[in-house]
Write a protein of this length. Structure first.
Length: 413
């Protein structure tokens, strides 16, 4: 077998490629109207094309690119979550409480249903139940992290290909979530005529979205202060995570950073004066960080992991895509209020239900750029997708893996 040379791409070079991918995506969005019409993000468009080019280089055995990106990518991820926390005013926190509870239940139900669909379709296709489980909520709601964590359990239980299938399924989900969320969001807004802000039924709209004009233009000092404050927020996040770790409580660093951002917001809300321009600058820093994170995550994907999927696994994965579209449109959208905020949160549910929270956020952001911002969605979705659903999904996965092990014994027999 011919060996392929490996070229190591440094962190700075990876960062450069991520930015170029965003620029290329923006260029294509200006030239191809359908990309704008269906709310496909520039980072996803450009990043996917770059990833395809890298896949072609690999498949032709020209070169395999090995990226150094995890450290800087985590930095941008945490800054984005800190900025999301800083967007949460007291009014937003009060309004989001009920929706967080409803969304948490919906996320748990979706995860359980994803596993049920995987086992049911797998039985129809005569696929090992343990392998079928590797196309359920493990890679879908869980993403690559859960795929790498739970697949070894299936391997030990007698499914040696579980790891490869789970990672490939997670990659498929990431791409699908990036592509599907925007068009579905556009469909919901158009279908239910949610373009008009007055239809949201919120008297406090200006306060919640920060759309009230202050007459002050955002300047360099606001951006600099916003960056400094987000550095403080992620530092607070690290302190929170370390403090909890000292009492043997594992807490995701990005969620801690979100709480750090909330503390920064509460501090400035308590100060006299109008800080709306600063909050707008923080939103810009968050948008910048999210774009780079998503672009970097996509260009570094190993698309060749999908090349080994058989037809039965393709059917299993397509079943997941069809199911989540139906679930989110019929349940998530309606139970969250059937308004504009609900439409944006539904886009987010598609994103982290198939791929990951950053996918959810960037597709939501693209929908919001076309119509208008939804701070409620940008507060609720990270809390659910980045933290609560991880806990509920882990519990659900454990239960369904036990079922899959029992079914595997019957299938082998």
């Amino acid at each position: 077998m011919e060996e392929i040379s490996v070229f190591k791409v440094s962190m700075f070079e990876t960062l450069m490629l991520a930015v170029l991918a965003i620029y290329f995506g923006e260029f294509l969005r200006k030239k191809i109207n359908i990309l704008v019409k269906y709310c496909l993000p520039a980072s996803v468009v450009g990043g996917t094309i770059f990833a395809i080019v890298f896949y072609v280089l690999y498949s032709m055995k020209i070169v395999e690119l090995e990226f150094d990106y995890k450290a800087v990518n985590q930095l941008f991820y945490c800054i984005f979550f800190a900025a999301s926390g800083a967007a949460a005013s007291m009014a937003l926190l009060k309004q989001g409480g009920k929706l967080v509870l409803i969304f948490a239940v919906l996320a748990a139900v979706l995860a359980a249903c994803q596993n049920a669909v995987a086992l049911a379709v797998g039985k129809f296709m005569n696929v090992d139940p343990l392998i079928s489980m590797m196309t359920g909520s493990i890679p879908m709601t869980g993403g690559h992290g859960n795929a790498a964590s739970f697949a070894p359990i299936a391997v030990d239980a007698g499914a040696p290909a579980a790891m490869e299938v789970a990672i490939a399924a997670a990659t498929f989900g990431l791409i699908s979530g990036s592509i599907i969320g925007g068009p579905l969001g556009n469909f919901m807004v158009k279908r239910h005529k949610l373009e008009d802000p007055l239809l949201d039924g919120k008297e406090e709209k200006a306060e919640l979205t920060g759309e009230e004009s202050t007459g002050i233009l955002m300047g360099k000092s606001h951006i600099v202060q916003a960056v400094f404050l987000m550095c403080i927020a992620i530092g607070i996040g690290q302190i929170i995570t370390n403090g909890l770790a000292s009492i043997n409580v594992k807490f995701p660093i990005h969620v801690s950073c979100m709480f750090g951002g909330i503390l920064v917001r509460l501090f400035f809300d308590a100060k006299k004066g109008n800080h709306d321009v600063l909050y707008e600058a923080i939103d810009s820093v968050g948008e910048f960080s999210l774009g780079l994170f998503v672009s970097m995550s996509i260009i570094t994907m190993k698309l060749w992991q999908l090349s080994g999927l058989g037809m039965s696994l393709v059917v299993l994965l397509m079943a997941q895509v069809v199911f989540i579209i139906i679930f989110c449109y019929l349940l998530t959208f309606r139970l969250l209020g059937k308004n504009y905020d609900a439409a944006v949160m539904t886009v987010g549910h598609i994103g982290f239900g198939l791929g990951a929270v950053p996918v959810a956020m960037t597709t939501m952001q693209t929908v919001c750029k076309k119509y208008r911002y939804s701070k409620l969605a940008f507060f609720v979705v990270p809390v659910i997708g980045g933290f609560i659903s991880n806990i509920s999904n882990a519990i659900i996965i454990t239960k369904f893996l036990d079922i899959a092990k029992s079914l595997h014994a019957v299938w082998v027999g």
